[in-house]
Design a protein around this ligand. Structure first.
Ligand code: A3P
Length: 304
């Protein structure tokens, strides 16, 4: 099967809402957990760049920014393939005849750009041993939960989210794929000074995309002209990415991602939580948040 078209010829009936299975206490989708040995023994290379996020924190946005910086703002090059082929998803694995993330990466040319949702304690050791750079994107818990809820509805390989009021409880308890949002954002925050980690916030990217793109560019060791930075900023806007078939996940069949239920590029805003949380849900969420995050110096913005 070619890397250019990994989904062709895949029978629709292999896709289902996979149950979650624990790996070192973290719930992951069953095919990922069953393939865990391959992920744990992944051999990183020194020039690998890892983009790590809790799901729905702005992964695809950062992938697009990093790829455009790496290609010096060359739009033709950045549109050579869909996101998941340009920047393979380290731990992804399915029972179908689709290459796993690790298999894709073994065929990728360096420098490799890699996506992961793994919490810090599950990142394969070789990334730290090789001193790889890592960009972490974090998003406020309420908007992150809303986005994850809609993603569960449209992603037919994730567990059924149930009703919003049910999902929000699962989210608070960390009983969702890739586990606790709270532990995830804290884990990378606490380790950011020990490793080469750039910690970026979705809200900051929304507020001033150019400023955050410059930070990423400097972290990557690149020095692009103002003109190129302008091109990158324009082409990583929500609307341009929503219309870009190489960045909007429209290449996936509806048996996996059903955009008619909720588009992958849904709203891309800060504060959509206000249209989902009732006052009572918001109060309960915040009380629970204070218990889990009270000791941590991390501060998120719920509005910009
Ligand atoms: P919403 O569901 O709130 O719209 P991920 O890539 O980690 O799965 O995150 C997806 C979320 O990031 C979605 O949030 C999506 O709309 C948003 N997003 C993706 N690209 C964006 C961009 N260029 N600007 C703003 N938001 C973006």
């Amino acid at each position: 099967m070619s890397l250019e078209d990994p989904l062709s010829g895949i029978p629709a009936n292999v896709w289902k809402r996979f149950p979650l299975k624990l790996v070192e206490g973290v719930p992951l989708m069953e095919p990922i957990a069953d393939n865990w040995a391959q992920v744990a023994s992944f051999e990183a290379l020194p020039d690998d760049l890892l983009i790590a996020t809790y799901p729905k924190a702005g992964t695809t946005w950062m992938q697009e920014i990093v790829d455009l910086i790496a290609t010096d703002g060359d739009l033709l090059k950045s549109r050579r393939a869909p996101t998941h082929l340009r920047c393979p998803f380290l731990e992804i694995c399915s029972p179908a005849r689709v290459l796993s993330g690790v298999e894709q990466l073994s065929k990728a040319t360096s420098p490799r750009m890699i996506k992961t949702h793994l919490p810090i304690q599950l990142i394969p050791k070789s990334f730290w041993e090789q001193g790889c750079k890592l960009i972490y994107v974090a998003r406020n818990a309420k908007d992150n939960a809303v986005s994850y809820y809609h993603f569960h509805r449209m992603n037919k390989t994730q567990p059924d989210p149930g009703l919003w009021e049910e999902f929000i409880v699962s989210f608070m308890e960390g009983k969702v794929a890739w586990g606790s949002w709270y532990d995830h954002v804290k884990g990378f925050w606490e380790q950011r000074k020990k490793h080469r980690i750039l910690y970026v916030f979705f809200e900051d990217m929304k507020e001033d995309p150019k400023r955050e793109i410059l930070k990423v560019m400097q972290f990557m060791g690149k020095d692009l002209s103002d003109e190129k930075i302008k091109i990158i900023t324009q082409n990583t806007s929500f609307q341009v990415m929503k219309d870009n078939p190489m960045a909007n996940y429209s290449s996936f069949p509806p048996a996996i991602l059903d955009h008619s239920i909720s588009p992958f590029m849904r709203k891309g805003v800060v504060g959509d939580w206000k249209t989902h949380f009732t006052v009572a849900e918001s109060e309960a969420f915040e009380a629970d948040y204070r218990r889990k995050m009270g000791q941590c110096s991390l501060r998120f913005r719920l509005h910009i």
